[in-house]
Design a protein around this ligand. Sequence first.
Ligand code: GCO
Ligand code: MG
Length: 408
Amino acid sequence: MKIEAVDIVVTSPGRNFVTLKLTTTDGVVGLGDATLNGRELAVASYLRDHVAPLLVGREADDIEDTWQYLYRGPYWRRGPVTMSAIAAVDMALWDIKGKAAGMPVYQLLGGRSRRGALAYAHTSGSTIESLFTSIQNHLDEGFRAIRIQTGVPGLKKVYGVGADQAKGQKYDYEPAGRTTIPVEEGWDTGYYLRHIPTVFEAVRAEFGPAMPLLHDAHHRLTPNQAAQLGRSLEPYDLFWLEDVTPGENQEGLRRVRSQTTTPLAIGEVFNSVFDYQTLITEQLIDYVRSSATHTGGITGLRKIMDFAAIYQIKSGFHGPTDVSPVGMAANLHLDIALHNFGIQEYMPHNARTLEVFRTGYTFTDGLLDPGETPGLGVELDEEAAAAHPYTPAYLPVNRLLDGTVHDW
Ligand code: GCO
Ligand code: MG
């Protein structure tokens, strides 16, 4: 079974997605996610101009060989653009293999290790009161684990905080604004460090001690500030504290780790096992935050997770709306099959996106399941996709209140 056709579909049903579609000589179609938030067209070009010509005529069954060929072959290894492109090819080949075998991909990865994958919701509010409404709305939808982001007094807008919800309303923030130039936001670490512990104190007082609570610091702290935040949150027993420092300085996490027992999660901007080498071997983190989309697909992410397993480090895969439904499905097949699963981030896609991508995965009683459809279980409606052309959209840029560009 050879790869006969390679198509790249860019669509924007509310946000941009890049999807690779491979068709084999037997007429089997495989889909892969290549969405890199704010840099979508760079990956589309990488696939169209440099990868597509290499794929036509290749054996569709040889997933590992194709992965190694695309990783080692070009001489230039790693990086988000390259690894997102490899991810799309890898996912599409797993999709094809599953369809050809008549099995969901998780079966090809070793079968089921659990009944479902515990998902966490994004909740936020500009005030404690509106945060409580958002938490209650998500609990009512069935979520059992909750990520908490809030406004900070003194700051106009904080990334990750959506519009305040009314009771029963559902709204998560969108991690990119439809603008040709990124919006700029103002930041002060002191305001933030003083405010966040009071938020968790209020949430525990209202919702009790048992609910798994998560928080994302978005790479904004120094190791020392991160250690301070971890310590101040210890009384509230977090499931994890995410991206406390810019994680590419892996050694910086030694300082954080030695100072606090709050569990740490890092890795949504990483793209290979080498970005984790020190963090994993020295057990400086508890959870791997990567998604299949940005780490070379199912093959790349499984390599990271098998390495992490030796050090008792678990998964907490990235699942914001900028991971497409195809990428989300790839994550979910791994979630179900891996032994060292921890939790799965879940920001449901909007209705327009789910008209373009027809998903087979389900969310019941707080658990996600990839479903039993052969392959990844997601179909692309190309006509619906064509109705939503690419629209420039970017993540905001972060500046200190005096105007200095700050860590994201
Ligand atoms: C998360 C995130 C996202 C990212 C976004 C980048 O934990 O889900 O940090 O909000 O910033 O997905 O593209
Ligand atoms: Mg994050």
